[in-house]
Design a protein. Structure first.
Length: 351
């Protein structure tokens, strides 16, 4: 129906144009040998034929564009649609103002078509440019929300898993400027955090709520743009598999404290930011011979051993420290050992 309607309108327009041109042909002929009736009939027939063909092509093109419109709108975020519509209106206004001199001073045959083309080009240009810079423009106007929902990252950025959100150190990294720019939280990660927060276990509920609170605090940081990715990966089972697949597709950096997940990501060539590993690297290095004042918190697993903790949380195993539980003593570092749970310091009591 749409195609036939467009074809009818275009055919009528071309038929009228052919009639006008055919009637003017005898006046253009210097010899006067052109029959006016024949010229009018030929012009009308040719115009109608061209209008019928071009109208069908235009109608099909419009229908294809309308069929694709929902898909294009679904890919765009709300800010992009708003900014694109504003840019389209701005382009139309600028195009009309720029085309007025052509309509007024140029010949009608040239002025109107060129002015119409100028309006269309500027409107399309304004819509595309404003949509591309939607977040910056809305931020300048104070209208941008710091949380956006999109299909998924188009390239780069950070993807956070539930372990990193619960850990909380990702927030400190963002405040320090180590993590900035676009941060993506896939919906399946949010679902996992919500499931943990609604768990029957009190400890799991506390962990899940902490993860959601960390993401909420992350959203308010000025150097971070938090987006919720609507990525659907039906071919992958499990949150970890979906995260790795999404990172590989988008080239994003995985942010996780899950040691098994980070190892699997590294083997697949995915860039990884592990706040826990970064914290271990930044801890002060303890070498053999260093002396520390340490409070012995409890007995160790081996007879005679005592266990204490440094200010940064590093565990210190003190040989012969079992008798000094609850006391602050001076110890000498014997050696250090890196384990899967972090750095471990072995020390002995000073005489």
């Amino acid at each position: 129906m749409l195609i036939e309607l467009v074809r009818l309108v275009v055919t009528l327009g071309f038929t009228a144009a052919g009639f006008v041109i055919g009637r003017a042909v005898p006046d253009w002929s210097s010899s006067g040998s052109v029959d006016p009736d024949v010229a009018i009939v030929l012009g009308t027939v040719i115009g109608a034929g061209l209008g019928y063909v071009l109208g069908g092509l235009l109608g099909r093109g419009i229908r294809r564009a309308l069929d694709r419109a929902p898909e294009l709108v679904a890919r765009a975020s709300g800010p992009q649609l708003f900014a694109g519509a504003f840019g389209l209106m701005a382009g139309l206004i600028v195009g009309v103002v720029a085309g007025l001199p052509l309509v007024i001073f140029a010949p009608t045959v040239i002025g109107w078509p060129v002015a119409a083309l100028l309006v269309l080009v500027l409107a399309a240009f304004g819509g595309r440019v404003f949509a591309a810079r939607a977040h910056d423009l809305l931020a300048a106007a104070g209208l941008r929300s710091r949380t956006a929902t999109r299909r998924g990252p188009s390239g780069g950025g950070y993807l956070i898993d539930s372990a990193a959100a619960i850990d909380g150190r990702v927030l400190e990294l963002a405040r320090a400027g180590v993590l900035s720019g676009e941060v993506w939280v896939p919906e399946f990660v949010l679902d996992e955090l919500q499931g943990i927060a609604d768990s029957g276990s009190k400890d799991r509920r506390r962990r899940g709520r902490r993860g959601l609170e960390v993401l909420e605090a992350l959203r308010d940081l000025p150097a971070v743009e938090v987006h919720t990715a609507e990525a659907d990966l039906p071919g992958y089972e499990g949150v970890d598999a979906k995260l790795l697949a999404l990172c590989q597709r988008t080239g994003g950096t995985l942010v996780s404290t899950d040691s098994n997940l980070t190892r699997a990501a590294a083997l697949r060539g995915v860039a990884v930011l592990n706040p826990q590993a970064l914290g271990e690297v930044l801890r002060p290095q303890r070498v053999a011979g260093d002396r520390l004042n340490l409070k012995i918190e409890r007995e160790g697993t081996e007879p005679g051993q005592g266990v204490g903790y440094l200010d940064d949380g590093t565990m210190v195993v003190v040989e012969g420290g079992a008798a000094a539980v609850g006391q602050t003593v001076e110890v000498e570092v014997a050696n250090t050992l890196r384990t899967a749970i972090g750095r471990l310091v072995f020390a002995k009591l000073e005489s």
